[in-house]
Ligand binder design. Structure first.
Ligand code: FES
Ligand code: FES
Length: 161
């Protein structure tokens, strides 16, 4: 089938089997290799993308559902000021990411900040439930989100929250 969607701000079109995973299309057809191919069962978050404004695991999205959607991958998001807020927030909190979990962690933080729920620690921890990071303690993730929120406030309003 023909599948067309907005990808990182550009209209794209491709041919695909209807049930091919979106993660495979992003990697194989468009060369977006930071959308990782991890567990392929929705449990690690390495394939995360922003899909129609929501954080979604692209290994669980068949091609037919991607048709006429809007997708932002970590490569597209990395060009934004919002990405910079999160990277600076991670640095301030002393939280590192590696090739395995960078995409999932960063896009999860963005989904939290976009929903303006960065104050509730329990909600922050719940948001990371579907991300498999072997090296960061949950409390450090909370600090990373709070620091990222602070960086965003400073960039937009010139002050902390
Ligand atoms: S590869 Fe999609 S959640 Fe693990
Ligand atoms: S920093 Fe490597 S798995 Fe999370």
């Amino acid at each position: 089938m023909t599948v067309g969607f907005m990808l990182n701000g550009e209209e794209v079109i491709t041919q695909s089997d209807a049930n091919t995973r979106l993660s495979a299309i992003l990697r194989g057809t468009f060369g977006l290799l930071e959308t990782k191919s991890g567990c392929l069962i929705g449990q690690c978050g390495a394939c995360s993308v922003i899909f129609n404004g929501k954080l979604v695991k692209s290994c669980l999205v068949p091609a037919f559902r991607a048709d006429r959607s809007e997708i932002i991958t970590i490569e597209g998001f990395a060009r934004s000021d919002e990405y910079g807020d999160i990277i600076r927030g991670f640095e301030k909190a002393g939280v590192e990411t590696c090739g395995y979990c960078h995409t999932g962690k960063v896009l999860t933080v963005e989904s939290i900040l976009a929903r303006q729920m960065a104050q509730a620690r329990s909600e922050i921890l719940a948001a990371f439930w579907g991300i498999r990071c072997r090296c960061t303690e949950p409390e450090s993730l909370v600090e990373a989100v709070l620091s990222s929120a602070d960086m965003r406030q400073r960039r937009i309003y010139g002050r902390s929250s």
